[in-house]
Design a protein around this ligand. Structure first.
Ligand code: GDP
Ligand code: IMO
Ligand code: MG
Length: 423
């Protein structure tokens, strides 16, 4: 420690929620640094499953303080709903949930613009949570932040300007109905009252915590290949899930970061559109989907499935500075006769060993696979590395070698106890 970053190394849904929850046992603070309610992080405790969208996955540990950083875009409806659900579960979040006053708000028009853009332009297959339009406003310097709610006049003036502009776009480009300023002001004032107790200068809080030697986990949402700078642009999300995003999204210095743990699913999945070199649009892909329960935690959409891709993982490790990985869902492969890993991309008569980020190349490449014999025995009850079947260990060893990282943890089921520490 003091700051360990947990990043998704693929296209999201790697099992970050489970890993963050597990590692939270040994930290003081878990801080989410980007994204919004597009994320769906599942935590399974006993036989109960919880899906978090905005609140960090450390919330189930009563000694952990959870921070929603300035880099997150906050949807009031989703946040209040999550707070309510946690209260109903008798989870005391008083004093344990902090929200950055600099975080930007998702407004009703962001969701509206997100959905109509998806109908009229090239489909990204977004989650429809208003993420792209909210980050557009942030970069355009017209976004509305939590701190703006403090002053009704400032908030109403900013909102009015935004709505005038959005109404122009909506009516002229999309021929849609107009938005009502007063109704939105009233709705967000109600929200302000409800979240007031959580709002703070979270960068100051985190830097004081660093000074005091407290241990912090920075929780990423989505995954490296969905990063707006380093992913398969434009089929990406509108923020930086990669480790660099943790510093800007929380207001902590790079010098405070001690390690980056990549979360890697034992195979690959992707939700939404965009290139996916190892996708299996066949029975094997369908089998991975059914065995792995690969349906979106936020939208319920079936996830596209395929084999592990070591080329993209090497790229992800490089961009994020990942030295160690947590491999999840190894158990999903238990019954397969053979398991494959993509070790190179064949493209135009050449073998690429690095990850191209332009879409035509990614769509044209043909993966070159190495095949591993399956282990054909259940792993879900195994709690130590040596007890894994030899073929499963061979697969893990190959992940070490092919990705240039070290496997630190292996998850063999959704529950906390279904976790193996290798080192
Ligand atoms: P996240 O977005 O990265 O937090 O991942 P999601 O929660 O969207 O998706 C991961 C899914 O896999 C969830 O349903 C988890 O409960 C489940 N899961 C996590 N780890 C394991 C594992 O090792 N084995 C199995 N079978 N399921 C797992
Ligand atoms: P977690 O944190 C998987 C995908 C969407 C779409 C693209 C852009 O649970 O891993 P957006 O709504 O962000 O503008 O959509 O990104 N996407 C995710 N895919 N897991 C996620 O989050 C995702 N969040 C967004 O499917 O392709
Ligand atoms: Mg998810």
């Amino acid at each position: 420690m003091p700051v360990q970053i947990i990043v998704g190394a693929q296209w999201g849904d790697e099992g970050k929620g489970k890993i963050v929850d597990h590692l939270s046992e040994h930290v003081d603070i878990v801080a989410r640094y980007q994204g919004g309610a597009n994320a769906g992080h599942t935590v399974v405790i006993g036989d109960k499953e919880y899906v978090l969208h905005l609140i960090p996955s450390g919330i189930f540990h009563e000694n952990v303080t959870c921070v929603i950083g300035n880099g997150v875009v906050i949807d009031p409806i989703a946040l209040l709903d999550e707070i309510r659900q946690l209260r109903e579960l008798n989870i005391d979040i008083t004093g344990r949930l902090l929200i950055s006053h600099n975080a930007h708000l998702i407004m009703p028009y962001h969701k509206f613009l997100d959905s109509i853009r998806e109908q009229t332009t090239e489909k990204i297959g977004t989650t429809g949570r208003g993420i792209g339009p909210a980050y557009i406003d942030k970069c355009m310097r017209v976004g509305i932040r939590i701190v703006d709610l403090l002053n009704r006049d400032v908030f109403a003036a900013k909102l009015k300007r935004n709505i005038e502009e959005k109404n122009q776009i909506l009516s002229k480009i999309y021929g849609k109905t107009e938005l009502d300023v007063d109704a939105i002001v009233t709705e967000y004032e109600e929200f302000d009252k409800k979240i007031d107790e959580y709002v703070t200068d979270s960068a100051l809080y985190l830097n004081r915590a660093l000074r005091d030697g407290r241990r912090i986990l920075a929780e990423g949402a989505q995954g490296a290949l969905l990063d707006v700078d380093h992913g398969t642009y434009p089929f990406v999300t509108s923020s930086n899930p990669t480790s660099g995003g943790a510093c800007t999204g929380l207001g902590i210095p790079p010098t405070a970061i001690t390690s980056v743990l990549g979360v890697v699913k034992a195979y690959s999945t992707r939700v939404g559109n965009g290139p996916f070199p190892t996708e299996l649009e066949n029975e094997t892909g369908a089998r991975l989907r059914e065995t792995g329960g690969e349906y979106g935690a936020t939208t319920g959409r079936p996830r596209r499935c395929g084999w592990l891709d070591a080329v993209s993982l090497r790229y992800s490790a490089m961009i994020n500075g990942i030295r160690q990985i947590a491999v999840t869902k190894l158990d999903v492969l238990d019954d397969f006769d053979e398991v494959k890993v993509c070790i190179g991309y064949q493209y135009g008569g050449k073998l690429l060993k690095t990850f191209p980020t332009d879409i035509p190349s990614l769509n044209a490449i043909v993966p070159l696979y190495e095949t591993f014999e399956g282990w054909k025995s259940p792993t879900s009850a195994i709690t130590s590395y040596p007890a894994l079947p030899p073929n499963a260990r061979r697969y893990i060893d190959a992940m070490n070698a092919l990705t240039g990282t070290e496997v630190h943890m292996i998850s063999v089921g959704a529950r906390r106890d279904q976790t193996i520490f290798v080192h």
